[in-house]
Write a protein that binds this ligand. Structure first.
Ligand code: SF4
Length: 400
């Protein structure tokens, strides 16, 4: 796969990462922190014969504890945090009349920009993805709060996504040789690991998260896994920031279609007014929208991009639904909307654990400390499109 081209550790490609993950969890010297993405809980039951879209969040937590994970966190918490950072950034950019801003949580999309359209990099939100925000804080904030040695921590992510493997080895996300996230297992690999360890997900009693710092999530964080979810989550919080009160109808139906590109105009009120937004999934519609923006014809303010058609609910690391199984992806999506509906808190800014992070550690969204830990930058990698594998490797060796 393409990820081999940019992997400085040789850990990617076809090599199965389940052994590395298990070794970490077995090692008594290490504290393993495991996180799993919004879409994983609704796309995993199928691997064990459960109906498509079944929410197995609780069973995944149980399974991880059986395997020896020390701390189980939720990437959904990171999604809420991303909304705080990205929403604030976006409001600043709107005031400065910089537009559009593109979402930055999908690493396949980031790769696409860096390799094909580096000229639009300044339009990408600088906010890291939820996986990386959780990783960065699991090695800083979490050990400080829990009184543990950060050097003992290893972060393992379970992701519906192959590009996430690629993301964790980005140079910008490794600090003095220490990566924010150590291992990514795809949903498929995680299923293989459970099968190998003879853990039958179906028969497990569900558990709940118990980490008091980084596991609670709002309905907004939950819908990150489907196309349009990031946008809906961001609008809920931006509306609140601008108006000082909650959006009345928080399920923004006009955003919930399934067409490749959906656009809408949303009134945010206050000093912002109406914003024009677009949600785009799949690479063909993405290319179309990028070309439009580059030609100067677009008046969009904020664009959400998901490289996989459907978003992460149909990610490349998941039992893929493809055309014949489109109902699978739709079922998973439906379950995510159901989770949102039933959460006591449905806006990212009302997540009490995210509020505590700002109060006790970061100060405010986009503060200097928040910038240092939760924001990143992008680099022109167009040259990779013409380099041979050997040349890319030589470059990596020189740097690494
Ligand atoms: Fe990964 Fe696909 Fe989700 Fe992008 S849309 S983060 S490539 S699963």
């Amino acid at each position: 796969g393409q990820c081999v081209l940019v992997c400085p550790t040789g850990a990617l490609g076809e090599r199965d990462e389940t052994d590395r993950a298990l070794e970490m969890m077995y090692d008594p010297e290490l504290i393993t922190v495991v996180q799993f993405a919004p879409a994983v809980r609704v796309g995993f039951g199928e691997e064990f014969g459960l109906p498509p879209g079944t929410n197995v969040e609780g069973q995944i937590i149980t399974a991880l504890r059986m395997l020896g994970a020390s701390i189980v966190l939720d990437t959904n918490w990171g999604a809420d945090l991303v909304i705080m950072e990205e929403g604030t950034e976006l409001l600043h950019r709107l005031k400065e009349r910089k537009r559009p801003t593109f979402s930055s949580c999908c690493p396949a999309w980031i790769n696409f920009v860096e390799r094909h359209y580096p000229d639009i990099m300044p339009m990408l939100s600088s906010t890291k993805s939820p996986q990386q925000c959780v990783g960065a804080l699991a090695k800083t904030y979490l050990p400080e709060k829990m009184g543990i040695d950060p050097a003992r921590i290893r972060v393992i992510s379970i992701m519906p996504c192959i590009a996430k493997k690629d993301e964790i080895v980005r140079r910008q996300l490794i600090h003095d040789g220490v990566p924010e996230v150590d291992v990514v297992l795809s949903t498929r690999e995680f299923a293989r690991l459970l099968q190998r360890e003879r853990i039958d997900l179906k028969s497990l009693e569900p558990s709940t998260f118990d980490n008091p710092y980084m596991s609670e999530y709002s309905g907004a964080g939950a819908i990150f896994g489907t196309t349009g979810g990031v946008m809906e989550a961001a609008l809920r919080t931006m509306y609140y920031v601008v108006n000082g009160r909650e959006l009345e109808h928080i399920e923004i139906e006009q955003l919930r279609g399934f067409e490749g590109v959906r656009t809408a105009t949303v009134e945010l009120g206050g000093d912002i007014g109406a914003v024009k937004i677009a949600m785009c999934h799949g690479l063909k519609p993405t290319r179309q929208i990028v070309e439009e923006v580059r030609s100067g014809k677009s008046d969009l303010d904020f664009v959400e991009i998901m490289a996989c058609p459907g978003g992460c609910v149909d990610g490349g690391g998941t039992l893929r639904s493809k055309k014949a199984y489109l109902p699978y992806a739709l079922k998973r999506r439906e379950t995510l909307f159901g989770i949102d509906k039933n959460r006591p808190v449905r806006q990212s800014h009302r997540n009490a654990q995210v509020q505590a992070l700002y109060r006790d550690y970061l100060g405010a969204p986009n503060s200097e400390k928040a910038h240092h830990l939760l924001h990143t930058y992008y680099t022109d990698r167009k040259i990779e499109m013409t380099q041979t594998v050997r040349e890319v490797w030589a470059d990596i060796k020189m740097i690494g």
